[in-house]
Design a protein around this ligand. Structure first.
Ligand SMILES: [Zn+2]
Length: 91
C-alpha cells in the first residue's frame, strides 16, 4: 500500500507516512518522513494561508519560518510563491 505525501506529492509506502496536524492551519495532512523532518507543509496551505494573512509581509515570524522550510524543501523560489499568492487574490 502506498499513500501520497501531501507536501512533496510523492507516492510513498504506508509505513513511511504519518498523518498529523499542519502547523499554523486547522488541518491535518499526510506527510512522508522526509517532509515532516524538514518542517515543510503542503504548498497549497502555505499559499492560501499566507494570502488569508494579507500577504507575506503581514505574516508572523513563526509562519515565515514554515514558509521558508516549505519553499526550500520543495525547491520553489520566493518569487514564484509570491506570484501564486497574487493568483489567489485575483480569483
Ligand atoms: Zn513528502
Amino acid at each position: 500500500m502506498t499513500r501520497e505525501c501531501e507536501v512533496c506529492l510523492r507516492e510513498v509506502s504506508d509505513e513511511k507516512t504519518v498523518v498529523c496536524a499542519v502547523p499554523g492551519v486547522p488541518f491535518s495532512a499526510c506527510f512522508c518522513h522526509d517532509c515532516l523532518a524538514s518542517n515543510a507543509i503542503p504548498y497549497a496551505y502555505a499559499v492560501d494561508n499566507t494570502w488569508a494573512m494579507g500577504g507575506y509581509e503581514n505574516a508572523g515570524e513563526a509562519w515565515r519560518e514554515i514558509i521558508e522550510a516549505t519553499l526550500t524543501h520543495l525547491g520553489i523560489s520566493m518569487e514564484e510563491f509570491l506570484k501564486d499568492i497574487e493568483v489567489v487574490e485575483d480569483e
